[in-house]
Structures are given as structure tokens and as C-alpha cells.
Design a protein around this ligand. Structure first.
Ligand SMILES: *Cc1c(COP(=O)(O)O)cnc(C)c1O
Length: 420
């Protein structure tokens, strides 16, 4: 029996039928036939506290008693108003306006449009976007345009717009990144720099130090270039702090958040902006309006879930859980720090990553799907980025569960690694 479902990032010719999940809870996915799979990647980085956090699920039930989708142009509602206030209070200082949408990619599209609209409405001819090599910002056309080019988007290259690229700040080569940005920013055409703060996620969990982000922000401010922080993955505690920008003392002009915004329960995104970005769109001239919407903008049930998530952050010891998870990850990674089968053993906050040495690396490395199958056989959801193994579990994961994961990583290395 074949299914009509077309899955994302899935080569249907090569992959076995996927397990059917009947139930989720805490750090686990449970299949229809009763297997319990440890979700070591938080279901593609969205689940923060754990699956089906009771307070968030209760908020969804409660909101659905009185509200469903309502048009958000010309109307508003309490969940959106309250969540926007909370986001402004929690975000790096100065971000005072909140534009809701429904996915990380859309939050990025909104950010890019805000940046270009700002300069156009000011009558300033600046429209280039500067991006960091190896970045990922989503899969819509604009988000792909500002991300790394490769096998994932080769077919769509004719549709992607040109951007200016600065190198990834690899250890010891940070100055080259800063110099490249400074040259572009002083060139006068750059409207904005978009970056993933501290960790490039889909690009391979590449980590760079806070001082680089701080310097990029300084150059952006000095040259009037807008800084867009894509915190879609890094937000909501992944890097150890609520937002990663905070670790660099950076307040971006525009900030994108999505994945953990509802604790991962339902889709929601927000693009936060500083007052001058908002002000550039406020005019007696209707042509200066910010022309963007999606049908499900600020869905009230999703906003209620977002509010419940914020409440969890305020009322439960989330920061302590995150600090504990950081320590657990550090301890377990240490076992591989001198292991010749791995390289680039690294961690940023709750995110741990290491590269398995294999003959041919890269995302399409044959080893990727084989590793995935190997972990799934052991009831572990791990989805390597090529030969990059990483653990990004929900914050409720226990030491024993992580031990099981890292034992399997060790076993996987014995099976697949070291063939270089
Ligand atoms: C996942 C991700 C996106 C895209 O989010 P979607 O909700 O999948 O559209 C954008 N930016 C970053 C940094 C991401 O990790």
C-alpha cells in the first residue's frame, strides 16, 4: 500500500516507509506499534521543554473555546497583544514592534522585506543583502537566496536573487569575515546583513564566538546597515540563553523567531523590529505601508500557545534545566574530544556536534542515511547533516537518555567511521 503523502527532504526512491507516530510526550515519539523513539533532535529543533508540555496544550484547548483564525488587518485580539508585549520584554533591548507570521522562512522573508522597505521609503538606494557563507535561512525563494547554495537549491538557482557573501568566521580567520563585511558595508549598497547568531544550524552546526557577532553589529551600526538576527533555531534557550544575540550584547535591528516560540507545539513566527524600521513604514503615503500578510498571521490559538510558552519560561526553572543540559552535553562530548574517529568536537549551549571522519563528507555523504537508519533501529531519532552528528534534545532529556544516545554514537563510529 503506497501513501499519497510526499515528505519533506525525503528521497522516496531510496527511503523505507516512515514509522507512524501515534503519540508524543516528553522526549519521546511513540509509534503505532508501541516503539518509543528518543527525539534527540527535538523534531527538527522545534520542541524545547518536551513534547506536549501540559500548560501549552491546556492553553491551546482553552483558546480554541473562544477563538479561531481572524483577519489580522484591521482587527486584533488579546493573545496577539499579550504575546507581542511579552516578546518585546524578553527580546534584546530596543526591539519594540512585532510582526507575526507562521514559519521561520516567512519570518525571514518579512525581515528582508522590512529592510528593503525601510530604505526605499527613506528614498535611499540601498538594496543589497549581505549573508554569511554556509548559512541557512529557510526554503522559500527569498530565504534560499540568502542561504548557502548547493544541491538543495541548484534546481531553483534561476529564481534566486544575488547577494553579497562574507566568509564564515572560522577559528583564527575571524578578521577576514569582519574585513569583508566592513568593505561591503562601506560600499554603500548594503541594506542589511542577515546572520544566524553564534551557530549556523543546517549548514552543519558551525559555531563562532560572540565577539564576531558583536563586531559585525558594531560595523553595521557604524555604516547604517541593518542587522537581521535569524534566531529561528538559536532562540528559546538552545545556545544557553533565551536568545543567542544576548551573549554578544547585541540588539539587532530585526530579529526572527519561530521554532521554539510555542515550545514547538503549533506553528507561529514573529519578526521583531526596532522603532526606526517601523517608523520608516509609517506615513501619510499609503505606498509606504508594509505590504505583507499570510492568511494565518497571528493565529489566536498559536499566540495562546506562545503565551503559555512564555509563562513556562517565567514560572518553571527553564534556565536551570538548560544550564544542567549544557553540563550534561559537555560531559558526554568530552569522551570524544581526543577520539581520532571524530573531528571538530564542539558545543554551543545545549547543542553538541561532532564530525565523523568518513571518506566522503558533505550532506549527501552516503553515510548520512545509513547513520539515520542505524540510530532508528536503536529507537533514537538522530538526523545527521551528512557526516555531522549532533544532539539537540528537548530540555527535559535525562542523563541516562543522553548516555544511551552517546553510547550509540560511539557504536556508530565503530561501524561507519575512520575509513578516511
Ligand atoms: C529552520 C530555520 C529556518 C526556517 O524555518 P521554517 O519554519 O522551517 O520555515 C530559518 N532559519 C533558520 C536559522 C532555521 O534553522
Amino acid at each position: 500500500m503506497t501513501s499519497p503523502v510526499w515528505h519533506p527532504f525525503t528521497q522516496h526512491a531510496l527511503e523505507p516507509p516512515p514509522p507512524r507516530i501515534a503519540r508524543t510526550g516528553g522526549a519521546y515519539l511513540e509509534t503505532e506499534d508501541g516503539r518509543r523513539i528518543l527525539d534527540a533532535i527535538s523534531s527538527w529543533w522545534v520542541i524545547t521543554h518536551g513534547h506536549r508540555h501540559p500548560a501549552i496544550m491546556a492553553a491551546i484547548r482553552e483558546a480554541s473555546e473562544t477563538l479561531d483564525q481572524i483577519i489580522f488587518a484591521g482587527f486584533t485580539h488579546a493573545p496577539a497583544e499579550a504575546l507581542a508585549r511579552e516578546l518585546v520584554a524578553l527580546a534584546p533591548p530596543g526591539l519594540a514592534y512585532v510582526f507575526f507570521s507562521d514559519s521561520g522562512s516567512t519570518a525571514v522573508e518579512v525581515a528582508l522585506k522590512m529592510a528593503l522597505g525601510t530604505f526605499r521609503n527613506r528614498g535611499v538606494a540601498r538594496s543589497r543583502i549581505v549573508v554569511m557563507e554556509g548559512s541557512y535561512h529557510g526554503d522559500t525563494i527569498g530565504a534560499m537566496s540568502v542561504g548557502a547554495r548547493g544541491v538543495f537549491n541548484a534546481a531553483y538557482a534561476p529564481l534566486l536573487f544575488e547577494v553579497d557573501r562574507i566568509p564564515f568566521p572560522a577559528p583564527g580567520r575571524e578578521q577576514a569575515t569582519l574585513d569583508a563585511f566592513e568593505a561591503l558595508a562601506r560600499g554603500g549598497a548594503a541594506a542589511a546583513l542577515i546572520v544566524e547568531p553564534l551557530v549556523l544550524g543546517a549548514g552543519g552546526m558551525l559555531i563562532y564566538p560572540p565577539f564576531v557577532l558583536a563586531e559585525l553589529a558594531r560595523i553595521a551600526a557604524a555604516t547604517g546597515t541593518l542587522l537581521i538576527a535569524d534566531e529561528v533555531m538559536t532562540g528559546w534557550g538552545r545556545t544557553g540563553t533565551l536568545f543567542a544575540s544576548t551573549q554578544a550584547g547585541v540588539s539587532p535591528d530585526i530579529l526572527c523567531t519561530s521554532k521554539g516560540l510555542t515550545g514547538g507545539a503549533v506553528p507561529l513566527a514573529a519578526t521583531l523590529a526596532k522603532p526606526d524600521v517601523f517608523a520608516a513604514h509609517v506615513s501619510q503615503d499609503r505606498a509606504h505601508t508594509f505590504f505583507h500578510s499570510s492568511s494565518y498571521t497571528a493565529n489566536p490559538i498559536a499566540c495562546a500557545a506562545g503565551l503559555a510558552n512564555v509563562k513556562v519560561w517565567r514560572e518553571e526553572p527553564v534556565e536551570a534545566r538548560i544550564a544542567h543540559l549544557c553540563a550534561l552535553q559537555a560531559e558526554r562530548l568530552a569522551r570524544f574530544s581526543d577520539d581520532a574517529r571524530f573531528e571538530n568536537v564542539r558545543r554551543c549551549g545545549t547543542i553538541a556536534a561532532l564530525d565523523l571522519k568518513v571518506p566522503a563528507g558533505g550532506y549527501l555523504a552516503e553515510v548520512g542515511p545509513r547513520l539515520r537508519a542505524f540510530f532508528l533501529e536503536r529507537n533514537l531519532l538522530v538526523r545527521p547533516l551528512g557526516n555531522v552528528l549532533y544532539a539537540m534534545p528537548p530540555y527535559c532529556v535525562t542523563a541516562a537518555e543522553l548516555d544511551r544516545l552517546y553510547d550509540a554514537i560511539d557504536e556508530a563510529a565503530a561501524r561507519f567511521g575512520g575509513a578516511a
